[in-house]
Design a binder for this molecule. Structure first.
Ligand code: GLU
Length: 412
């Protein structure tokens, strides 16, 4: 199943519950604009490399479109389309005044030098600068991009349009970035874990947790969870799964990974298992925080965790979702679970527009409040309607987008 088909299937399940008419489903599902551009840039050896860049703007009925830029070999138009729609539902579920968009380039950034990465980013901006802006479409980091890429992006965009740091979020803190933006997605996942387990009457210290992925999201989630008394007993990255039945030393692993080029390769402070072993470990809570579609028809029956929190975008495909549902496994969906990143992006944009800077405490407090309110709404919706948390989150999100679309009236 293509990525956009999976996202649309979740949409359709919620639209069925809302008895949404066909014409409206088509209107809400069709992206407003899809752009594919040539990104031709010079390699350090003087050769010209040509790749494709994408920006999909899905919906702007609730505000300017918002969503990250992904640099990864699997990026293609269909993946970007699916992720752009997810951003529309994500911003709606946490009630940020935004629509949804996503962009990216199909390349492995690890194969580029820093200079090449910068040249590629600047060429990409040359090609798309007219369609992004602080009131139209605001990019941000995603897989394979970071605060440096955001800084180059802003600098190149401002060459055309003048000073306006609100054009992009996830910038370096010294250059109009928000304090707490980098940790925000992982921290939000942690906040959701605490809320969800409380509702499920599970004590954090009884909740053995495994996290797939130790990048920006997985590592910050792990840190927050350990601080909240969860025993994190396994984490994995491309180099393998690191396991300790009594709980891992996450702060030691974090410093190791930072010193080691953001990888755990060679870490000896825990038992090592193959990377793919993580998903099927005997744990209570499983947090996939890496790529999409990692839980599918073939492995869904072997998952032992009773609760899954989707820190990645689209980690459970629709066939696996059905299998897990039938096994009474609770899933907190991506559009709520990983919304912490875009929430703090919103705070960054607000600060940029007001030329005012918030403290880290204020960012954390507002993040907690925004995500906790959204969680309670989704939980109530799921109990009232007797639907899964995913369907409840989609129902809330799409009815908000529907309402905004209707309010726009004849300007449609
Ligand atoms: N890329 C992140 C996401 O998928 C953040 C997007 C943003 O901050 O705009 O939610």
């Amino acid at each position: 199943m293509r990525a956009s088909e999976s996202t649309n299937l979740y949409f359709q399940q919620a639209a069925d519950h809302l008895k949404m008419p066909e014409w409206l489903r088509k209107l809400l599902l069709t992206p407003k604009r899809e752009v594919t551009v040539q990104v031709a840039f010079e390699r350090d050896n003087g050769m010209i490399e040509t790749v494709q860049g994408f920006r999909v703007q899905h919906d702007n009925s609730r505000g300017p479109m918002k969503g990250g830029l992904r640099y990864h070999p699997a990026v293609d138009l269909d993946e970007v389309r699916a992720l752009a729609a997810l951003m529309t539902w994500k911003t709606a579920v946490v009630e940020l005044p935004y629509g949804g968009a996503k962009g990216g380039i199909g390349i492995d950034p690890k194969t580029l030098s820093k200079k090449e990465l910068e040249r590629m980013t600047r060429v990409f901006v040359n090609e798309i600068h007219e369609i992004v802006g602080p009131d139209t479409d605001i990019p941000a980091p995603d897989m394979g991009t970071n605060f440096e890429v955001m800084s180059w992006f802003r600098n190149q965009w401002e060459k055309y349009h003048g000073f306006n740091p609100a054009v992009i979020t996830g910038k370096p803190v010294e250059e109009y970035g928000a304090r707490g933006r980098e940790e925000a997605t992982g921290r939000g996942v942690g906040i959701m874990a605490v809320k969800l387990l409380k509702r499920l009457n599970v004590r954090p210290d009884q909740c053995r947790t495994a996290i797939q992925g130790f990048g920006n999201v997985g590592s910050h989630a792990a840190k927050f969870l350990v601080e909240s008394a969860f025993p994190v007993i396994a984490v994995s990255d491309l180099s393998g799964t690191y396991f300790n039945a009594k709980g891992l030393n996450i702060s030691e692993m974090l410093s190791y990974s930072i010193k080691n080029g953001n990888q755990l390769t060679g870490y000896t402070g825990a038992e090592r298992l193959p990377a793919e072993a993580l998903l099927e470990l005997d744990v209570d809570l499983l947090i996939p925080a890496a790529l999409g579609d990692v839980i599918h028809k073939k492995n869904a029956k072997s998952i032992k965790a009773k609760t899954i929190i989707e820190a990645a975008n689209g980690p459970v495909d629709p066939e696996a979702d059905e299998i897990l549902k039938a096994r009474n496994i609770t899933i907190l969906p991506d559009i709520l679970a990983n919304a912490g990143g875009v929430t703090v992006s919103y705070f960054e944009w607000v600060q940029n527009r007001q030329h005012y800077r918030w403290s880290l405490d204020r960012v954390r407090q507002e993040l907690d409040r925004t995500m906790s309110d959204a969680f309670e709404n989704v939980w109530q919706q799921a109990s009232n309607q007797r639907v899964s948390l995913r369907t409840a989150a989609f129902m809330l999100a799409i009815s908000r987008v529907q309402r905004a679309t209707e309010l726009a009236g004849s300007s449609l």
